[in-house]
Design a protein around this ligand. Sequence first.
Ligand code: 9D3
Length: 247
Amino acid sequence: MKFDILTLFTGMFTGPFDESIIKRAKEKKLIDITLHNIRDYALDRHQTADDAPYGGGAGMVMKAEPLAACIQEVKTRQPASTVVLTSPQGRPLTHRVAAELAQKDGLIIVCGRYEGIDERIRTLYAEDDISLGDFVLSGGEIAAMAIVDATTRLIPGALGSCESAGSDSFGDGLLEYPHYTRPPSFMGLDVPEILLSGNHELIRKWRRKESLRRTSRLRPDLLCEVPLNKEDLKLLKEIAQEDAGGV
Ligand code: 9D3
């Protein structure tokens, strides 16, 4: 997967892309990331990338010409890639959206800054628009990092055997069950007996139940989206009885 990131702040990406899973995915040639400084495509003496908004008002707008020149050049080099904007108006990034983006040959991610980009860039080039959620960021760079991270994890071979995506939260649509490691007792709190039992069927059932318990407590909205089998419904009934003050 090819990622081209268009930004006014290339320096923001050096740390996050040089660690852990992204770093290894680059080394394994599963992904290739190129950063492009939009300012390099501004042709005036001061390399201006922003200007005041038509119609007045506060803030600045990213100019169309440098962005268009940068997008055109990257598209010529990567004709199979999809142009994705990052903005507060975009589709919220979810596991499903990440899985959709992971199917693409490549992504050309445009990081918004200031009040936003000249609308004609959206009209001419944008094939998708992604937001991280309903809160204010200073720009699209952190959203671009989240897109690269979430999609890379879904590329076969990007995760080691110890990190496999299969049982991940959201892989199956539920929140994760609680995790424990040594010691068996810590500050008076014991690891649940079942996890020490070695009975893999009991452990699987306990984990499924705790996933369902957490999801119904913390994110009941997610329960409507996942397919629940007979066992899940039985476990949810048990959870309801336990929470009502039963066993
Ligand atoms: C006058 C109101 N504006 C400033 C408070 C709206 C506004 C414009 C531009 C708010 C944020 C931004 C910059 N944000 C992004 O470019 C952005 C973003 C975000 O703010 N939230 C969630 N996801 C994203 S992706 C890009």
